[in-house]
Write a protein that binds this ligand. Structure first.
Ligand code: ADP
Ligand code: ADP
Length: 232
């Protein structure tokens, strides 16, 4: 579903250059939850941003659902990105919009009409367990509730893939578990492929089917969770 091949990404040039991604290749199968684990500075954010081409690789290819994104024109890329939903560490909600207003935002951009937007946003808020908070503003929500809104917003456009950038890193352990369980539910119910990045092994162990370990911009190992955990 996601295929990254020989991706290099360098910031800056000359002596000040930082190689954030150094020949990264990985394969995420349709319907799985794939974790990328690594410490701060390993290149995780750059990798997730390279997958939807928010960050253009210097070389290498990114293919999503059979489409090679690294070859697309800007217009084609805008369309292809509709297959991809994104969830952020700090939620990135608009403070001046209600939970429902935030979820509707992606639908507005996609040109979905008002009545359909309201119907669909409520349906998704219900799916993430937040139907009763549709009218609440972000400041009135807990961290976990805000992330549920973030997930609902990501799902609004009916994506095939969810990219999660440290989605639970700002949350306490109990809330982290509930959000990970929600991600698993969505993965199963909607058949969504999930790629998540994290610096916490517990996150990977709880929900991921496969994982890759990233260090200094390089993949050290990747495979099924069972094979990674049983490696001595
Ligand atoms: P992580 O998400 O694992 O913490 P990042 O992908 O944010 O890692 O960063 C990987 C490396 O690339 C770091 O050394 C970081 O300083 C550098 N880097 C990331 N983005 C930029 C940028 N826009 N400009 C310069 N250096 C960057
Ligand atoms: P995260 O918590 O996602 O790893 P960071 O603080 O590493 O966030 O990075 C936040 C933003 O700053 C990202 O867009 C990243 O590309 C950029 N960035 C990271 N490191 C650098 C750097 N050394 N120079 C410039 N931009 C950077």
């Amino acid at each position: 579903m996601i295929s990254v091949k020989h991706v290099f990404k360098t910031f800056g040039s000359g002596a000040a250059a930082t190689t954030a991604l150094d020949d990264v290749s990985l394969e995420v199968a349709r319907g799985e939850i794939f974790g990328v684990i690594g410490q701060s500075g390993a290149g995780k954010s750059t990798l997730i941003r390279a997958i939807n081409l928010l960050e253009r690789p210097n070389s290498g290819t990114v293919t999503v659902d059979g489409e090679e994104l690294t070859r697309l024109s800007p217009d084609q890329l805008r369309l292809a990105r509709r297959k991809i939903g994104m969830v952020f560490q700090h939620f990135n909600l608009l403070a001046g919009r209600t939970a429902q207003g935030n979820v509707e935002l992606g639908l507005e951009i996609a040109g979905v009409g008002g009545a359909e937007r309201r119907r669909r946003s409520l349906e998704i808020l219900d799916l993430v367990g937040l139907a009763d908070k549709a009218g609440a503003y972000p400041a009135e929500l807990s961290g976990g509730q805000k992330q549920r809104v973030g997930i609902a917003r990501a799902l609004a456009g009916n994506p095939r893939i969810l990219l999660s950038d440290e989605a639970t890193s700002a949350l306490d352990p109990e809330t982290t578990r509930s959000i990970l369980d929600l991600v698993k539910t969505i993965n199963v119910q909607l058949g969504l492929t999930v790629l998540l990045i994290t610096h916490e092994m517990d996150v990977v162990k709880r929900v991921c089917d496969s994982a890759a370990m990233l260090e200094n911009g390089r993949i050290l190992e990747q495979g099924s969770i069972v094979s990674l955990i049983s490696t001595p």
